[in-house]
Design a protein around this ligand. Structure first.
Ligand code: ADP
Ligand code: MG
Length: 249
């Protein structure tokens, strides 16, 4: 059975989709067969972050409306052996992704996947509740600021105990340069404010931002940010990879 992981955040733009794409690519690099599900209906981004927008014929809404089969919608990412994605639709339709339908979908999904990563919309917009209820674990992605970290805490506090126990947080776009200048509080403070175990720290990585801007894929880059995502993938696989709260890559 594949492990199902939900990627969530309190605020938008914290880097959930970047994290899901990069961790999926890193797990595939480590030999796993990984499926990414873009569940941010109306705001697709994973296809762009993986550089496969031109190849996408079907999306998740098509699957739920029975316009295509799951198999037809699964798009292999040619640049990353072992990684596939089902893009989100550009129109909204989250009501179709209710818990019953999502459970059935995950049950009939090809069991050849080692992990299924669900990239959710920000906050508790549907299908957040269904996805978190069905996930084996939830990874929140927060930026370093207190507002973002406190938004994660509020969401984690309103989870059922079982789901909360299996949740953790990634601190993304961490600016160690500004921390050193005392312009920003250290990552430890954001971690404490979120109130969840920290899975990893990702530095601000201008190459990720520029790849996104240029419409190129932003995974497996030879950069400190992508190296930090790879360390997270190794932690998910049970390897002991020390977390340094100031880690830069
Ligand atoms: N570690 C990082 N360093 C620099 N830019 C980043 C990083 N993570 C994400 N970004 C940029 O932040 C923006 C929002 O990221 P995205 O993953 O789409 O957020 P979300 O899915 O949470 O809305 C994108 O332009 C992306 O390239
Ligand atoms: Mg997103």
């Amino acid at each position: 059975m594949a492990e199902i992981i939900a990627f969530a955040s309190g605020k938008g733009g914290t880097g959930k989709s970047t994290a899901a794409a990069n961790i999926g690519a890193a797990l595939a690099k480590l030999g796993e067969n990984v499926l990414l599900l873009d569940m941010d209906m109306g705001q697709p981004s994973l296809d762009a972050y993986l550089g496969v927008t031109d190849k996408a014929s079907w999306n998740l809404l098509d699957v739920f409306e029975n316009s295509c089969t799951i198999r037809q919608a699964i798009l292999p990412v040619r640049a990353c052996n072992g990684l596939s994605v089902i893009p989100a639709s550009a129109i909204r339709g989250p009501e179709l992704l209710n818990t019953g339908r999502l459970r059935k979908f995950l049950e009939v999904l090809d069991s050849g996947f080692d992990r299924v990563l669900m990239d959710l919309p920000p906050g508790s917009r549907a299908p957040y509740g269904s996805a978190v209820a069905l996930a084996d674990r939830t990874i929140f992605v927060s930026t370093q600021d207190r507002v973002s970290a406190l938004a994660v805490k509020r969401m984690a506090d309103s989870m059922e105990e079982r789901a909360r126990m299996r949740s953790c947080v990634i601190l993304n776009r961490v600016r160690t340069d500004l921390v050193k200048l005392h312009e920003l509080p250290p990552a430890e403070e954001a971690a404490a404010a979120a109130g969840l175990p920290v899975l990893g720290i990702i530095p601000e990585d201008v190459e990720i931002l520029l790849a996104d801007e240029a419409g190129a894929h932003c995974v497996n880059l030879p950069t400190k940010g992508c190296a930090a995502f790879l360390r997270i993938a190794r932690r998910l696989r049970g390897e002991h990879v020390k977390i340094r709260l100031t880690e830069k890559g």
